[in-house]
Design a protein around this ligand. Structure first.
Ligand code: ADP
Length: 372
């Protein structure tokens, strides 16, 4: 797992022009797609209320021409995949074996792969894993302090997610600073519906907040992030909640929604402005958790060149960025303005940046790079 010898992310992100890549993100009830030619996005869309992936894919194939390769977004690649993989029966079997670790995500991802292979025989298909970027995390930051034999037997380890976004955004941050990614340490904060933090050391993932599953770490739209694991036992034994109900609560009725009823940060901000106490508490808990991770990753990295915000909340919510980084002046961290790019004062020790993520673009780039 401590893949020091593995190539850094940018090794498989070399820009390759003029390969037409169809990027597919197959969920259980929707298929998101985009067609790229090199860096240029030619078309895209979202097929919703999908009941079978064959119908959805036929519809998409009716709208695209001359596809030379397909890039599939795959959520869980376990410990095996530290880079994109050209899909064959063996890769499909390996991802199928990982279903117990990602029961909600891997099955629809695999359904998309199966149908795409049937409908586009002979077109190379590439799996780009959310977990792959994190395979460079050293054991010290990936190991849970539980019984080691049990953990080994059941694959209980920090896998991390949102890797495609953290890879893309950390590389863009280095470019924004005019530096080689190999010489830059960045804390990336992907704040969307799901949210995760990543300590990127010299272009490689070194620590990340999501773990065995995407439930750990930051407070999210509907997920709790970090909690005392004893809460689960307490709810089961004392409150009499079945495990499935607890899992549903922690994934869908927690986070911002659990605290104030709204999972959309825009609503939370509006209500907070009008003096709503539960929205204000939700905002405070959300931003304090981000600050905790920034502090923790600052300590782990030792030297931080940049802190980068991305995804729906990170790219848009100035109030969140300001609150999350407030009081960190002594660490050389401060926010000067709203907007995109570098938002810290000129000459600050740590550049604070806003960099829009583009996971589909990154999947297309990695797909083309693998085939080249
Ligand atoms: P996903 O994780 O599903 O890809 P996004 O990255 O698009 O989601 O983030 C979606 C979230 O971003 C929304 O739920 C909303 O809370 C937040 N968001 C989007 N636009 C804004 C905005 N202008 N201000 C604050 N929050 C926003």
């Amino acid at each position: 797992m401590a893949g020091e010898s593995r190539p850094p992310a940018w090794a498989w992100s070399v820009k390759v022009n003029h390969v037409r890549v169809l990027v597919l993100n197959c969920g259980s009830s929707s298929v998101k797609w985009r067609l790229f030619d090199g860096e240029a996005a030619l078309a895209g869309g979202l097929v919703e209320r999908v009941t079978d992936h064959t119908t959805a894919l036929r519809q998409i194939l009716g709208e695209v021409t001359d596809v030379q390769a397909v890039g599939h977004r795959m959520v869980h690649g376990g410990l095996r995949f530290s880079a994109p993989a050209l899909i064959d029966d063996e890769v499909v079997a390996a991802v199928t074996e990982l279903i117990p670790l990602a029961p909600l995500h891997n099955p629809p991802n695999l359904a998309g792969v199966k149908v795409a292979r049937e409908l586009m025989p002979g077109i190379p298909q590439v799996a780009v894993f959310d977990t792959a970027f994190h395979r460079t995390i050293p054991p010290v930051n990936a190991t849970y302090a539980i019984d080691a034999a049990t953990a080994a037997e059941h694959g209980i380890v920090r896998y991390g997610f949102h890797g495609t976004s953290h890879a893309y955004v950390s590389r863009k941050t280095a470019a924004l600073l005019g530096k080689d990614p190999a010489h830059v340490n960045v804390i990336t904060l992907h704040l969307g519906n799901g949210a995760s933090a990543c300590a990127v050391k010299g272009g490689r993932s070194f620590a990340t907040s999501m773990g065995l599953s995407p439930l750990e770490g930051l407070v999210m739209g509907t997920r709790s992030g970090d909690i005392d694991p004893a809460i689960v036992f307490h709810l089961h034994r004392v409150a009499g909640m079945p495990l499935d109900a607890i899992e549903t609560m922690l994934n869908r009725q927690s986070g911002l929604r659990g605290l104030c009823g709204d999972n959309d940060m825009r609503e939370v901000l509006k209500r907070r402005e009008f003096g709503d106490a539960s929205a204000a508490l939700a905002f405070d808990v959300y931003t304090a958790r981000i600050k905790q991770y920034v502090g923790a990753y600052y300590a782990l990295l030792g030297r931080v060149d940049a802190i980068t915000f991305t995804a729906g909340v990170g790219e848009n919510a100035h109030e969140v960025r300001v609150a999350a980084l407030s009081g960190l002046d002594r660490l050389g961290v401060s926010v000067e303005r709203d907007g995109k790019g570098v938002i810290s004062p000129p000459g600050a020790a740590v550049a604070v940046c806003v960099v829009p993520t583009d996971e589909e673009q990154e999947i297309a780039t990695q797909t083309a790079a693998l085939l080249a």
